[in-house]
Write a protein that binds this ligand. Sequence first.
Ligand SMILES: NC(=O)C1=CN([C@@H]2O[C@H](COP(=O)(O)OP(=O)(O)OC[C@H]3O[C@@H](n4cnc5c(N)ncnc54)[C@H](OP(=O)(O)O)[C@@H]3O)[C@@H](O)[C@H]2O)C=CC1
Ligand SMILES: CC(=O)C(=O)O
Ligand SMILES: [Mg+2]
Length: 542
Amino acid sequence: MESTMKELREGAPVLEPKSNVGGGVEDVYGEDRATEDQFVTSWALSVASGVSLLRDPRYKKGLAFTERERDAHYLRGLLPPTVASQHLQEKKLLHNLRQYQLPLQKYIAIMDLRERNERLFYKLLIDNVEELLPLVYTPTVGEACQKYASIFRRPEGLFISLKERGKVLEALKNWPERSIQVVIVTDGERILGLGDLGCQGMGIPVGKLALYTALGGVRPSACLPVTIDVGTNNEDLLKDEFYIGLRQRRTTGQEYADLLHEFMNAVKQNYGEEVLLQFEDFANHNAFKLLAKYGTTHLVFNDDIQGTAAVVLAGLLAALKVAGGSLADHTFLFFGAGEAGTGIAELIALEMSKQAEASVEETRKNIWLVDSKAHRHEPVEDLLTAVKALKPTILIGSAGVGRAFTKEVIETMTSYIDRPLIMALSNPTSKSDGSPFHLVEYNSRVFVPGQANNAYVFPGFGLGLVISGSLRVHDQMLLAALEALASQVSPEDFEKGLIYPPLRNIRKISAQVAANVAEVDYDLGLATRLPRPGNVVEYAES
Ligand SMILES: NC(=O)C1=CN([C@@H]2O[C@H](COP(=O)(O)OP(=O)(O)OC[C@H]3O[C@@H](n4cnc5c(N)ncnc54)[C@H](OP(=O)(O)O)[C@@H]3O)[C@@H](O)[C@H]2O)C=CC1
Ligand SMILES: CC(=O)C(=O)O
Ligand SMILES: [Mg+2]
C-alpha cells in the first residue's frame, strides 16, 4: 500500500500506449472504461489533483472518490466524509431529473451534468438510454436549439463563422483535443423539421456526438461538434437581441463553397485522412452537393441521407420477415422527397436490384415520392389522393410536416391491404406524426410503436469506420450496417409487433453494426488499421 501511495503521489505509473489490434484505438486515457467504478488516474497535461481535480469535468467523481483516491490526489478535507458509489450518484441524479416537469428543464439539467461530471453523464445515459434519448436527442434537442440563446451558458463545440475565413485551421488548432476521430458538422439550415436555426443548430452535433460515445463507444475527447455559421434567413433570430450567431442573411454561392472547402481541407490536414466527417442537418440544396463533392476525397457520411436510409431499410427487411414476400412485392409511397425520402428510396432500389437481379432503373418504378408538387403522375392535390391513386402498401413520412397521416389516409390503406407498413420519420414531435410515440392501448392490448431513427445506425456505423481506419464510405457498408441492425430483432420483438430491437440493447447493436461495416472496409481494401482483427465483433465490443 505504502509503495502504491508513493507511486501515485510521485506521478501515476506511465501508461504505455499499447499497440493493440490495428493500433490507434488504444485506451491511453482510460476513457473507454470511463463509466466503470474504478480507480481514476486523472491524466491532463499533468496529473490533476486537489481542487483542480474536483473541478475537472472529465475526471471528477464527486463523492465517488475512494479513500485511496482521496489520499492519492490531495482531496482530504475537500469532500464530505461519505464515499458514494457511482450507482448511488446515478440513482440520485435520475430521481432529481424526474422532478422536473418540462423536457427542456431536464435537458438543461442533464447537459449541466455533462459539464460537471462527464463520466457520470455517460454512465447515466448508457444505463437509461430509453428514458434519456428523447432529451439529449430528438425531440427535446430541437426545442433546445430553438431556445439555444436563452439557455446558453458556455460555448460547446467549435464555431466556424465567416469571420474565420482564412483562419479555419487556426480555429481547429484552438480546440484542446488533438486526436479527433469523428467530426459532426452542421450549418444549421435544416435543424430536424424546424428549419433554419442558424448558429443555434449547435445542439444537434453536440447531442449526436454524445450518442457516438454513449451508444457507439467512441471516446468523448475524440469527438468534435462543429457549427458553420454563414448567417441565417430566420427573421425571428435576426431580430432577436440575444441571438448568438452572425446577424446577416445566409451567404450562398462561391463564398459558402469556399468556407466549406477551407473547413473540409483543414479538418483533413489537422486530423488526418481517417477522420470521419458526418454532415448533419444541412438544407437539401447543399446536402447532396456536399456529399457528392467530398465523397471521393474525404471520409464523409450524411446521416440524414445515408444513416436514415440504412435504418429504414433495416426496418423494412425485418418487417418482411413477418409479412412475408420481398421488397419487389410492394409499392412504396414517400410523403416528402428530400434528403431522408430520396436517400431511403435509392437504398431500397439498390437492395431490390440486388435481390431481384434487376437494374436500379427498373426497381425504382415501384417507388413514388410526393413533395408539395407531384411528379411523373397526374398532379395530385394531397397525400390522401396520392394514396387512393397509387395504392401504396408501404407509406413513409419524411416531409417534416405534422399530422399528415390522418385516419382517412390510414383507413384508405387498410381498405386494400391488411397490414400496411407505415413509418412516420419526421422530427421533432411538433413537426411530425410524433416520433417518438407514446404507447397505445387498444382492446386491452398495449402496443409499443417503434422509433425509426438514424440513431440505430450512425454510432455503430461511425465506430466501424474508426476501428478499421476507413478511408471512404461505400454503399456496401450501408447495406452491411442495416443487415446487422435487422438481424438484431428477436422473435420476442416480432411477437410484440416491433421491427426494431429495443434501444436498451443499443451498445450491442452498435457493436454488431460496427463489425459489419469494418468487415466491408477490410474486404474493399479501404481499411488502414492493420492487421485485420481476428474477431471483429469482439474488437468492436472492446
Ligand atoms: N427519423 C429519422 O431518423 C430522420 C428524420 N428526418 C426528418 O425528416 C424530415 C425531412 O427531412 P429531410 O428529408 O432531410 O428534409 P428535406 O428538406 O430535404 O425534405 C423535405 C421534403 O418534404 C417535402 N415537403 C415539405 N412540405 C411538404 C408538404 N406540405 N407536402 C408534401 N411534401 C412536403 C419537401 O419538398 P417541397 O418543399 O419541394 O414540397 C421535401 O421533398 C424532417 O422532419 C427530419 O427531421 C430526417 C432524417 C432522419
Ligand atoms: C434524426 C435526424 O437526423 C433528423 O431528424 O434530422
Ligand atoms: Mg439529422
